[in-house]
Design a protein around this ligand. Sequence first.
Ligand SMILES: *Cc1c(COP(=O)(O)O)cnc(C)c1O
Length: 390
Amino acid sequence: MAFNLEARLAERRAASLYRQRPLLSTPQGPEVVVDGKPLLAFCNNDYLGLANHPEVIAAWRAGAERWGVGGGASHLVIGHSTPHHALEEALADLTGRPRALLFSTGYMANLGAITALVGQGDSVLEDRLNHASLLDAGLLSGARFSRYLHNDPASLRARLAKASGDTLVVTDGVFSMDGDLANLPALAGEAKAHGAWLMVDDAHGFGVLGAQGGGAAEHFGLGLEELPVLVGTLGKAFGTAGAFVAGSEALIECLVQFARPYIYTTSQPPALACATLKSVELARAQGWRREHLAALVRQFRAGACALGLTLMPSETPIQPIVLGSSARAMAWSQQLRERGLLVTAIRPPTVPAGSARLRVTLSAAHTEAQVTRLLEGLAECQALAEPADA
Ligand SMILES: *Cc1c(COP(=O)(O)O)cnc(C)c1O
């Protein structure tokens, strides 16, 4: 039997689901050049504008001079260096947890934490809109896997009643494609009442929520008791790369012993940890970035509402405009691009069928005038597109 790859690709194209990688030839920022065209972008996750910050770049450069460029080995062999350790201490401090453990990516942190904590005979309960890495990890763990209705504590309660073994409840803190905030106090209450543990992946909350940028846990004031397993990523608001799990001494030691994506991989470059240490410091100290971002979110929502666009109940910098079909989302994205604006269309299976959307993301690096330009572009798209495809 031959693999028929061409047929699979043709089918994907026909369904308006074909994915392409825009080629970026500038650093991240509001003004980019993509596929040779200068564009004003609203689609990265660099929420605080730190990915191209001169002090973070200088820290990376100095880190490379001092520590070289490669991790050299896994953490357990001889790849765990002083900058990694210092970054773990800074992240433990930011999260108010006894310890934090650095992973090379968020995908690996989620795979590592879930597969280390639950297995056959256990249960893992996940929000149905969780990030793909959490869903994959739940399936891979071998635990009984079930999904509850989006952000619905009653639905979680019904599943908890049927769960057996060690039970892990897993949710995004801020949902990556919708931008809404999980009702963590209620979910934590349900988990605790059933002796289950709550794990929150706050990839999009860290840096953005909480007075210090401590994310959804800081926003809701949730400590170790209510929220024993807290995951954050470093490639979004912190602007660099990597991820961490924060929690108790015993949790972190367990991950060091049993989390395979932690054990069997080379540590991230120590110079990268130096850069992240600087970006975490800036993210904590520079509250004005969060304030400016919140003002842009308010400006965008007010403007989009005035246009009659369908927004989601999100107070975060993730502001999707739901358009329905994949073809319609692609057409709007294309119209915006012709107007010098880059907003990516997000289609199934990343989002549920019939809810294709433009995923607008705002950053503290944007100006008010740039958000105004986006709103003008959207108004033009609407005037053009609506009679034809409504
Ligand atoms: C981006 C993301 C991840 C993956 O993190 P990486 O460091 O990019 O691998 C995990 N969870 C959520 C919710 C994310 O948005």
